[in-house]
Design a protein around this ligand. Structure first.
Ligand SMILES: Nc1ncnc2c1ncn2[C@@H]1O[C@H](COP(=O)(O)OP(=O)(O)O)[C@@H](O)[C@H]1O
Ligand SMILES: CC(C)(COP(=O)(O)O)[C@@H](O)C(=O)NCCC(=O)O
Ligand SMILES: [K+]
Length: 255
């Protein structure tokens, strides 16, 4: 059997095909497409792929996108399953006021992070950072309870908001500097420090709450851009959402 995992965000659809639906499964193929290009998946990337036996994904894009993704999968005779955040899954407890309202990508990434640590025998609090269209920073305690998390604008949204709300901030991308001395560097550094500072604050919050410093795992399309500028130690794990989907799939579908 092969397993297709999907992560549909507000900017890109990411997919990965595995040789089974189990943690540690072998990766057969993977790709990412901007949402404006999803209508070509069936005739391009997916056209030569053997039909998956199971499909599980998380989607936070709107219903119109969801329908367009489903259309591309009509190529195969498989009903795709979408993760909905629940009060409990794969050993995690969801502390959100309304568990189902938590973005499915956030829930799946947390499941991936928790099991990644447990597999290494690490049972301590954890911060999960996801740097995509938006940035999310989640806090999980040592028992696997999701305590809560924050949402802030991603780099692109921050810059576009500043550009559209001012007259004098239309400048090329700059560099991250401790003390920026031009507009480009000031904007790029501002966005980067906003994200790095938010993560540092959540690390402080959870350390105070749990009495123990957390492990910190980061993922998302722009994670590699943030990694060099973080003020706390983070582990960059590009596959975190897929790792989470494999954990959920192994429990739902069996190995
Ligand atoms: N090679 C790349 N392709 C696409 N986006 C990239 C790339 N490198 C960095 N990014 C950044 O990552 C963000 C998209 O990340 P992604 O995790 O796909 O977001 P989402 O899950 O919200 O769709 C974009 O806002 C963009 O700034
Ligand atoms: C926070 C998000 C917009 C992040 O989206 P992304 O950057 O991955 O495209 C998404 O997880 C979402 O729509 N969440 C629902 C609201 C919530 O989690 O509280
Ligand atoms: K995402």
């Amino acid at each position: 059997m092969t397993f297709l995992a999907l992560d549909v965000g507000n900017t890109r659809l990411k997919w990965a095909q595995y040789d089974s639906a189990a943690a540690g499964a072998g990766l057969l193929a993977h790709g990412a497409v901007f949402l404006e290009n999803i209508d070509k998946l069936a005739e391009e990337e997916w056209s030569t792929m053997p039909a998956p036996s199971k499909i599980l994904g998380c989607i936070v894009a709107g219903d119109a996108i969801k329908r367009r993704v489903a259309e591309q999968m009509e190529l195969w005779d498989v009903v795709p399953r979408w993760v909905v955040s629940s009060p409990q899954e794969a050993g995690l407890t969801n502390g959100y006021d309304h568990p189902a309202r938590l973005g499915a990508d956030r829930w799946v990434a947390m499941i991936g992070a928790r099991h990644r640590l447990l597999r290494r025998g690490i049972n301590k609090p954890c911060i999960v950072v996801m740097v995509g269209t938006a940035v999310t920073v989640e806090a999980i305690d040592a028992t696997g309870k999701f305590l809560g998390g924050i949402i802030l604008p991603g780099h692109g949204i921050m810059l576009r908001a500043l550009e559209s709300g001012t007259a004098g901030l239309h400048v090329p991308t700059g560099d991250v500097r401790d003390f920026p001395t031009n507009t480009s560097d000031a904007l790029t550094s501002g966005g980067t420090f906003a994200i790095a500072g938010a993560v540092q604050r959540m690390v402080e919050n959870i350390t105070r709450h749990c009495g123990e410093a957390p492990a910190c795992i980061m993922t998302g399309g722009a994670g590699w851009k943030m990694a060099p500028s973080m003020s706390v130690q983070v582990e960059l794990v590009e596959s975190l959402i897929f790792d989470g989907l494999l954990e959920i799939a192994s429990r739902r579908f069996g190995a």
